[in-house]
Design a protein around this ligand. Structure first.
Ligand code: EPZ
Length: 420
């Protein structure tokens, strides 16, 4: 693939920031939100409980939560996405009570929420799970010194939101440091919160009485950017990802250099050029700034075409190699051992096949593998991919990929005739 691709706003920043926007009764204006399924489902959920939501265009929205009339979040949409659980922290902080359906999200592991519950209880809330709902209630929220038992993006953000409107100082230790954690902290501070240290292991939150409205722009999606950067490596292409923050991509860039790609960085774009098969290497997914778990399928797809044997270890989720079975249909030689380690023997090429996307990032990685494959492929269940990638096939077409959305066998035949 060759060319430039514009990167959208970060889904994993937009979801908590939209929930946090409901923590004030004043109007909030947010720009650079990605037009992806999970974000659109959360906006519908918020509209359903009384938040005024006005979409100005695909990428900007105005919200006003001055007339929320229902603190029980259990619509069908909220069961399907993980982001709905950010309303727990947001409404515990603002209303001192709420009930939210247990979160959904991709099936890549158990997706526990014990650390969220630990944090809410530490701040003084009662938390029970019954009838599929997480119910939180507090007479009074007070600051607390909280030590996370494991690094959790969702729990760090949820506790930070509730603590923003608690009385006194909260210190959260062993925090997640992802760019989207920092983005949520910056958003809350733009609404009048007092949060320091986001992006480090320790976040200090001095609670305030209320939050005011703001205008805010979401950061670029480093995982979407990384996905297109690895697409260049897999297809021996020359791709420039635009509207990115290169600092957020450092671990991705480091691995691309390690496998033999050329990488050029500028202020807000990164160019990746690959002219030969990747070199083999080892990688372990880690919390930021380590190599992201959300990039694990994409690097595996590249390493399956490398000369030699590579090892990919998934240390964050228990079940994030489901796409490997599909990649095997395309000729990859990969053994998953112990559920968390993939031993990859590189092959010369992929061959086209009919495959199925098992989850969001695995699905995107399989599409990229299919674009490097010899012959035709069909990828089923790309609804997973649409959860987190805006216009994925259109952006790939813009890079010269021969890809189309198809509904019927007739569409497939037409596509085959067209590309020959
Ligand atoms: C967020 O999920 C992202 N989702 C995930 O991206 C991402 O993979 C993950 O962070 C790690 O970066 C959203 O932001 C919507 P965690 P989250 O809490 O918050 C365990 C994508 O592809 N854990 O950091 O759910 C958990 O089971 C998605 O965009 C507990 O045990 O991730 C996991 O094994 C996929 N107890 C690990 O910690 C808890 O209370 C990390 O989870 C919380 C988490």
């Amino acid at each position: 693939m060759v060319g430039d691709v514009e990167i959208a706003g970060a889904k994993n920043a937009a979801l908590p920031i939209l929930a946090a926007a409901a923590m004030t009764d004043e109007t909030v204006y947010i720009e650079n939100i990605p037009d992806v399924r999970d974000v659109n489902i959360l906006l519908e959920t918020m509209r359903g409980i009384g938040v005024a939501v006005k979409r100005n265009d695909r990428h900007s929205v105005m919200l006003n939560a001055g007339n929320v009339h229902n603190l029980i979040v259990e619509d069908e949409g909220s069961k399907k996405i993980r982001g709905s659980y950010y309303l727990l922290g947001a409404f515990l902080g603002k209303y001192k009570q709420t009930e939210v359906v247990l979160p959904g999200g991709c099936d890549i592991g158990c997706r526990a929420i014990d650390q969220h519950i630990k944090g809410f209880r530490a701040l003084g809330a009662e938390v029970v799970i019954e009838h599929g709902l997480v119910k939180v209630r507090a007479q009074h929220l007070h600051g607390e010194h909280i030590y996370m038992d494991r690094v959790s993006v969702g729990a760090t953000i949820n506790i930070m939101m509730a603590a923003a409107l608690a009385d006194g100082m909260t210190i959260i230790e062993n925090c997640a440091k992802e760019p989207h954690v920092v983005d949520v902290a910056n958003f809350l501070n733009s609404c009048g919160a007092n949060i320091k240290g986001a992006g480090t292991d320790v976040i200090r939150i001095r609670g305030v009485a209320r939050l005011h409205g703001t205008e805010y722009t979401i950061i670029p999606d480093q995982i979407e950017a990384g996905t297109f950067m690895f697409a260049a490596a897999v297809t021996k292409g020359d791709v420039t990802v635009k509207n990115v923050i290169p600092k957020h991509l450092e671990s991705v860039t480091a691995k691309l250099l390690e496998i033999g790609c050329e990488v050029e960085e500028a202020d807000d774009c990164v160019r990746v050029v690959a002219s030969k098969p990747p070199l083999h290497t080892q990688v372990r997914t880690l919390p930021y700034p380590g190599f992201p778990t959300d990039m694990q399928p994409q690097i595996t797809v590249a390493l399956a075409l490398a000369k030699g044997t590579s090892i990919v270890t998934e240390s964050i989720f228990e079940n994030r190699f489901k796409y490997v079975d599909e990649l095997t249909r395309m000729g990859a030689e990969i053994r998953v051992e112990g559920g968390d380690t993939a031993i990859i023997d590189g092959v010369a090429k992929y061959t086209g096949a009919s495959i199925t996307a098992p989850d969001l990032r695995g699905g995107a990685a399989l599409v990229i593998a299919a674009l490097a494959a010899e012959g035709f492929s069909t990828v089923e269940d790309i609804k997973y991919v649409e959860r987190g990638y805006e216009d994925f096939h259109i952006k790939l077409q813009g890079l010269g990929a021969q890809i189309e959305l198809v509904e019927t066998d007739k569409d497939i035949q037409k596509f085959k005739l067209k590309v020959g």
